[in-house]
Design a protein around this ligand. Sequence first.
Ligand code: SAM
Length: 235
Amino acid sequence: MSERFFLATPPGAGHALLEGDEARHLSRVLRAKVGDEVRVFDGSGVEWPATVAAIRRDEVAVDLGEPLQSVEAKLARLTLAVALPKGDRQKWLVEKLTELGVARLLPLVTERGVAEATDSARARMERGVVEACKQCGRNRLMEIAEPLTLEALAAGFPAAVRLIAHPGSATALAGRIGDPDQEILAAVGPEGGFSADEIAAAVAAGFTPVGLGPQILRVETAAIALAARLVMAPE
Ligand code: SAM
């Protein structure tokens, strides 16, 4: 069985417990038996081959093999601050940014924003991150950060490279910039765009406005275009 399962609780020495939906999926949907081989990860960057040791009502105990190193350590650390879209487009955004290796998604509070990052929305996004990690093989979870305004982001979020995506900017973002080990922060505005005041304040705080081509992209497309250009692909 090559499926991957998420450990909500970090493993002990050589053993781990799958709980809740993860345990039920393995025992009831896949009808696992003691001795079956699976793969597990705890979101910290490590994956283990594991053997089912015991199946109980709502948990499955597994014995862990040697941990496998993750390739994500080689990726640039990109924080994307995004004025969230709503509904399925938000779900899609989380899935694709997780697959592309974005380190952190920060819900950006803007003048023209349409979706609030409520606690339930953040919980939903965190579940989306786990699902995308299980599917794509990523072992370190993409963090869903606390929402911030552009002003708070500029004041309290140090990053060597600060970009703000804005249509018609003089600087076109063609590909990777900065050193691979630098923290990169990039902001994407809402469907109505950033206001002139927001752009001026961001520029004053050291953000470089960047263009992503002549077309006006939806929020999630712009975020994905930034991620694809800024996160270095592993060798
Ligand atoms: N009419 C709005 C404007 O001119 O800003 C369009 C906003 S667009 C639908 C949503 C966000 O995606 C923008 O605020 C920007 O951050 C990003 N974006 C979309 N297309 C872009 C492009 N071609 N270049 C840079 N950023 C873009």
